[in-house]
Ligand binder design. Structure first.
Ligand SMILES: *[C@@H]1O[C@H](CO)[C@@H](O)[C@H](O)[C@H]1NC(C)=O
Ligand SMILES: *[C@@H]1O[C@H](CO)[C@@H](O)[C@H](O)[C@H]1NC(C)=O
Ligand SMILES: *[C@@H]1O[C@H](CO)[C@@H](O)[C@H](O)[C@H]1NC(C)=O
Ligand SMILES: *[C@@H]1O[C@H](CO)[C@@H](O)[C@H](O)[C@H]1NC(C)=O
Ligand SMILES: *[C@@H]1O[C@H](CO)[C@@H](O)[C@H](O)[C@H]1NC(C)=O
Ligand SMILES: *[C@@H]1O[C@H](CO)[C@@H](O)[C@H](O)[C@H]1NC(C)=O
Ligand SMILES: *[C@@H]1O[C@H](CO)[C@@H](O)[C@H](O)[C@H]1NC(C)=O
Length: 805
């Protein structure tokens, strides 16, 4: 009663702020509503009426946002039973029940349950979206309200959890689908066991633990912190009941939380600028959000890999399985606890473990909490309950610690002294602290000095800022995807959707809600220069558009995830065809020749024709994807570097690329140029022709690689023996000879001997005589031949002539 009063006064206040006139319009009050009629709340925020969701023809009674497209329904009366025609009427009966009846036969399809009978009942749709039934004489007493029977949507003003007076549980239940508002499998509810925590369940199984309330938020909803200032809400969690209020200042904000039909919780905000829903919070977001993904006594982190790590003092229960990334068995103690001689180790930045078997006291402080935990030998950890104002309250765990992940709280874990280090270590610790303070100070001093000097020397900082600004502007052209969209599109990055491992992370396939198929490259961030490479890749590829390059649709940088979203190239990569005994037949000679040509044209574009000069650096058969017509599309520009102006060669500290495709100058000296890509292209051409991998190639009794083998066959004037047997029937000999010839020219040991890519394209297209190839790189007699170098070769001259035409 007290609560209802509060709610009422709150919505009263709400309307006060929205409009100066506070008089109740009688239109919001009704006794009967037929299909076709709607009722609009004060301020035109919500609308009540009959509707058909999605593609369904069934009629439902519901509440939605007035004048909003797309139709966003926040509550449905007859969730389970649709009406099959427009004969329905929503009535307030004499007993005060809201009924949905068949106007012809008077049969009841749905009714609200109400214990108190009313004299003169009317129903009203409030500004908050709450449909209430009240007695005509008693304005403040709701006999029934839709907020007590939430559907899949949580609105400001509503509550979920356990009503302290009646003991009724209020939950959010997902819809079956966008077309069917019936009760789905997923529930967002407050688990009352131990210290209450919010969970998302599938049937009776916990899927995601949104966490215990820490005074500010559910501790598992870590991302919420970032938006808590933006979100105009005020949540209160009192005795197993979560209450959400809208702060009056932000009365114009439209927010809602919803449990989605596919098993997620979202917190959304209506953006007036874009006229669309923005997602503030979306769970689950990744592997770590899956309940107990890492098993007991371990912490799940998105980065760095591996995602699961045992707590200090614990080791994997089965180390073999753990190494193979079967995490669910979790971790066990190295040394058993010895009770009186144990200590506690502070573990920062976590989401508190499952509290369903914990014990708590709201008023104790941390010292009392520690003392209590120390006294009870089966207590395994303790923590503050409320993080506000330096922390208060006490929570104790007595069993394994389940479902810990990266978060914002401190947990004190019981460990035997042997794992903590003894007293003498404390002195060392003090020494270390003093040492690190000194070190830090000297670092700061150095930094200040450095910045100061930089300011004196060069006005470059300004230039750099301007560059950053320009870059930002460039980034704006690239569509940014929402993380939750991608998570759902890839089914939580499920292993079924995994296409493979690319240069810097895994690639998943997925489908957006509109049906567009995508390939998502999820960068593993443990790679040293992940962020730079990511930005590099995004900026490059966004500008590069060519039919032989994989198209970048957008990217997503959210939380710690860095994702690239590409068009899905349906036929996967070239290596899955030419090196596979059953699939190699699918690529006849004409297709192979077309792939060679397409790859060459893509590379010409990268090297010369695009706005930037781009060196691929990791060209290989698995980076050449095939579209539905088997056209080549080059992918994975993660290693690409932009070269400004005439700078065509660069040295790099890190040798990257893939064995079998790395040119000798790069492998030995780390020097990389377009000619290194040409080398890799040559290897690919020979691999396509022969159907054999350069790296794994071997001829009995000879120590030759594929390049050496091709070279010997060429010199013995039987080059066609190199051609893959499965294309022998379809092969056009002139073309095959030319491809082998070009391949050999491209893999010559010295970069300056190799043609550039535009020459290669011309060589492929016409039938002019080609220069004679010299020894390929990595040929067993190579050292000798490099030794008797005869200055500028005739080949080089020929090639530059070719290039000058
Ligand atoms: C609203 O309805 C009541 C009774 O149904 C009537 O007395 C009152 O005048 C109406 N108010 C307005 C503003 O129409
Ligand atoms: C509408 O039709 C479906 C299937 O024909 C039936 O299951 C359902 O009960 C019908 N609804 C009503 C209100 O009669
Ligand atoms: C309403 O009742 C009539 C008569 O019983 C029936 O023909 C019609 O199908 C019913 N409509 C719904 C929506 O149940
Ligand atoms: C339906 O109910 C109304 C009033 O409650 C009554 O007048 C009417 O006769 C009823 N119709 C049928 C078919 O029972
Ligand atoms: C929910 O549970 C059902 C039955 O156990 C299962 O088939 C389904 O895959 C689960 N859904 C999710 C999203 O986990
Ligand atoms: C919580 O701890 C305080 C201080 O130790 C004590 O006074 C109070 O009774 C405790 N409350 C419960 C519910 O145990
Ligand atoms: C330790 O705590 C557990 C759980 O509250 C309780 O069952 C047990 O009796 C306690 N043991 C001691 C020695 O207090």
């Amino acid at each position: 009663m007290e609560k209802l009063k509060m709610l009422w006064s709150w919505s009263f206040l709400f309307s006060l702020i929205l409009r100066t006139s506070t008089s109740l319009d009688n239109i919001t009050v009704f006794q009967s509503l037929s299909d076709g009629e709607t009722l609009i709340s004060h301020e035109g925020i919500f609308e009540l009426g009959f509707f058909s969701p999605g593609n369904s023809k069934g009629r439902y009674v519901g509440i939605w946002y007035h004048n909003m497209s797309p139709l966003t329904v926040v509550w449905v009366a007859n969730r389970e039973t649709a009406l099959n025609d427009t004969s329905g009427v929503l009535k307030v009966t004499h007993q005060g029940l809201v009924l949905l009846v068949n106007g012809t036969s008077n049969s009841t399809v749905w009714s609200s349950t109400m214990s108190i009978k009313a004299e003169n009942p009317v129903a009203q749709l409030l500004v908050s979206g709450n449909l209430v039934v009240k007695d005509g004489h008693n304005e403040e007493n709701f006999l029934w309200q839709s907020f007590d029977f939430l559907g899949d949507t949580f609105l400001p003003g509503s509550k979920i959890g356990w009503d302290p007076v009646t003991g009724i549980e209020r939950t959010l239940t997902s819809s079956k689908s966008a077309d069917d508002p019936g009760h789905g499998d997923f529930k967002f509810r407050i688990d009352p066991r131990g210290y209450p925590q919010a969970v998302l369940t599938n049937g009776t199984v916990i899927m995601v633990r949104v966490g215990p309330w820490n005074g500010l938020m559910f501790s598992g909803a870590t991302i919420y912190l970032r938006y808590s200032k933006l979100l105009p809400t005020d949540y209160d969690f009192i005795d197993k009941e979560l209450i959400c209020k809208l702060q009056p200042l932000h009365a114009y904000s439209v927010i809602r939380s919803v449990v989605t039909p596919w098993g997620g919780v979202q917190l959304l905000h209506w953006s007036r600028q874009t006229s669309s829903w923005e997602t503030f919070l979306s769970l689950p977001e990744g592997e770590c959000d899956k309940y107990a993904h890492c098993g007991a006594n371990s912490v799940c982190r998105v980065t760095p890999a591996p995602i699961c790590t045992c707590l200090e003092g614990f080791v994997p229960k089965y180390s073999r399985k753990w190494k193979d990334m079967y995490w669910s068995d979790g971790c066990v103690r190295i040394t058993p606890l010895s009770c009186s001689k144990d200590g506690f180790k502070k573990h920062s930045g976590v989401v508190l473990p499952d509290t369903s078997t914990s014990w708590h006291n709201m008023t104790m402080n941390l010292q009392e909490c520690e003392a209590l935990c120390r006294k009870n030998c089966s207590c395994t950890a303790y923590s503050n309950l409320d993080v506000r104002g330096g922390g208060s309250g006490c929570i104790l765990w007595f069993h394994d610690l389940i479902d810990m992940r990266q978060g914002g709280q401190d947990l004190y874990i019981r460990l035997p002294m042997s794992e903590l280090g003894d007293e003498s270590n404390k002195k060392k610790l003090v020494g270390m602290i003093v040492g690190s303070i000194l070190f830090f100070m000297s670092m700061m001093f150095g930094l200040v000095l450095c910045l100061w000097r930089k300011k004196l020397e060069e006005p470059e900082i300004f230039w750099w800022k301007q560059r950053a600004h320009e870059r930002e502007k460039d980034d704006m052209d690239l569509p940014m995807f929402d993380l939750s969209t991608i998570v759902y599109a890839t089914n939580y990055f499920s292993s079924d959707n995994k296409l493979g491992e690319g240069g810097f992370g895994s690639v998943y396939k997925g489908a957006l809600e509109n049906g567009t198929e995508i390939a998502v490259k999820r960068l593993s961030i443990d790679s040293e220069q992940g962020l730079d490479e990511f930005k590099n890749e995004v900026q490059l590829i966004a500008k590069l558009q060519h039919r032989n390059l994989v198209k970048l649709l957008g990217c997503c940088i959210q939380r710690k995830e860095k994702l690239l979203i590409y068009e899905l190239v349906p036929n996967r990569s070239l290596d899955t065809f030419i090196f596979d005994d059953s699939r190699r037949k699918l690529l006849d000679w004409a297709k192979r020749f077309q792939i060679i040509g397409g790859t060459a044209r893509g590379l010409v574009y990268l090297h010369q024709d695009s706005r930037l000069r781009v060196i691929h650096r990791d060209l290989k058969t698995s980076n050449i994807l095939l579209d539905k017509d088997m056209n080549a599309k080059i992918s994975d520009f993660g290693l690409a570097r932009t070269f400004a102006g005439d700078q065509t060669e660069a040295r790099t500290k890190r040798v990257m690329g893939t064995y079998g495709y790395i040119s000798p100058e790069y492998a030995v000296r780390g020097s990389f140029s377009m000619k290194s890509d040409v080398f890799a292209f040559g290897v690919i051409v020979l691999e396509i022709v022969s159907g054999k991998k350069n790296r794994e190639f071997c001829v009995p009794h000879q120590s030759l690689n594929l390049l050496g083998h091709a070279w010997e066959l060429w010199n013995e004037e039987r080059p066609l023996e190199l051609v893959d047997e499965s294309v022998r029937n379809s092969v056009i000999e002139v073309e095959a000879l030319r491809c082998i010839h070009i391949g050999l020219l491209c893999v010559q040991g010295r970069p300056e001997d190799r043609p550039n890519m535009s020459s290669v394209v011309r060589m492929l297209e016409d039938d002019k005589p080609l220069p004679k190839p010299r020894l390929p790189a990595f040929y067993s007699h190579q050292e000798e031949s490099m030794g008797r170098d005869d200055g500028v070769s005739a080949n080089e001259v020929t090639i530059s002539l070719l290039g000058a035409r």
